[in-house]
Design a protein around this ligand. Structure first.
Ligand SMILES: [Zn+2]
Ligand SMILES: [Zn+2]
Length: 359
């Protein structure tokens, strides 16, 4: 089965606006599917590719977008069972068969496929992806949750989920999120769902208010505080929280050099820093603090597909609210919306929705 007449918006050259083009007919290989895109979130990693000069693994021109939800409308011979299913496409699809995959480290698979990086992604009406790792979405959806908004589960929800899971966050912990926008806002809710006490730090009052409504027990506006005052405030809240008070777990979810400085500065004895956000820019740190404080710093490239159903479950059960963190735009407006995200004039997670697709 092949899909004709699909179109998308591709990046042709660094710094250029996205350009509309007709995709060639999409025919899935035996282990692939074609997904009719219901929604595709715009991630700051996409902005990194388009504006900051981070190279895509498949050379330009390329359709960006790795946060995809939609319905399988064509399936290869080996994966016919997916036909008709509502799915979330993982942002990183491991091969399943290399030394890294066999060692249960699928996120570092060197044969991985990332839509919008290793091949055309989701800023399109349709996209062709491996069936491996697809996350099925049970239907009908709970009231108030749209299929297009579930696209953010592909990255903005699952990447902090994986970071939080690796950190072993639970009821004894205090979790700090530096940057509570598109990724950190979900991180706050996930940590709260796991019964941790949560501190949200940001420079944007609106984001802090939203975090306070969705699981943050304490919010701190770091634009108005010195590093020392911030550290004191975090210590005070940790004491008040009645949690075990050692090994603060810090999540850098801003993806900015300032946020990284702030997060690193909060590391205390036995602390844990998870680097979740991405920036190509450098920061100056005294790395020996890790040694002196017996602390740990760790990153994660996306999330193994096997973790997606657990993260999706939190969303379906209403433990992680999505709707107030996203805004949906027509795919037809992709160039302007992308530009607004790049200029930070859209602060919620922007989702591109092909007008004719979905519900
Ligand atoms: Zn992303
Ligand atoms: Zn592999």
């Amino acid at each position: 089965m092949r899909i004709d007449g699909a179109h998308g918006y591709r990046l042709v050259a660094l710094g250029q606006p996205l350009e509309r083009f007709e995709l060639p007919p999409l025919e899935p290989a035996p282990d692939e599917v074609v997904v009719e895109v219901f929604g595709c979130g715009i991630c700051h990693t996409d902005v990194g590719f388009a504006v900051d000069g981070v190279p895509t693994r498949k050379p330009l021109p390329l359709v960006l977008g790795h946060e995809i939800s939609g319905r399988v409308v064509a399936a290869g011979d080996n994966v016919r069972a997916w036909l008709g299913r509502l799915v979330i496409v993982p942002a990183v699809v491991p091969c399943g068969d290399c030394p890294a995959c066999r060692a249960n480290r699928p996120t570092i698979c060197r044969n991985q496929f990332m839509p919008g990086n290793d091949g055309d992604g989701g800023f399109a009406t349709h996209t062709r992806v491996p069936a491996r790792g697809l996350c099925p979405v049970p239907e009908p959806l709970p009231p108030g949750l749209s299929a297009e908004s579930l696209s953010v589960v592909a990255d903005a929800v699952t990447t902090p989920w994986e970071a939080i899971r690796r950190a072993g966050v639970g009821p004894e912990d205090v979790a700090v999120f530096v940057g509570v926008g598109g990724v950190g806002g979900f991180g706050v809710q996930i940590a709260a769902a796991l019964e941790a006490a949560v501190i949200a730090i940001d420079i944007d009052r609106g984001k802090l208010e939203l975090a306070a409504q969705h699981g943050a027990g304490w919010t701190l506006d770091s634009s108005a505080m010195s590093d020392k005052d911030l550290k004191t405030a975090v210590r005070n809240f940790t004491k008040q929280s009645g949690r075990k008070n050692i090994g603060l777990k810090i999540f850098e979810t801003s993806g900015t050099p300032d946020g990284q400085q702030t997060a690193f500065g909060l590391i205390d004895f036995g602390g844990y820093l998870a680097v979740v956000g991405f920036t190509p820019r450098k920061v100056e740190l005294r790395l020996s603090n890790l040694m002196a404080l017996d602390a740990t710093a760790r990153g994660n490239w996306g999330c193994p597909p096997g973790q997606y159903p657990a993260a999706l479950d939190l969303v379906l059960r209403g433990k992680v609210a999505i709707q107030s963190y996203v805004e949906v735009h027509s795919l037809n407006d992709a160039p302007a919306v992308f530009d607004s995200v790049a200029r930070h004039s859209i602060t919620r997670r922007a989702i591109l929705k092909p007008v004719a697709n979905g519900t």
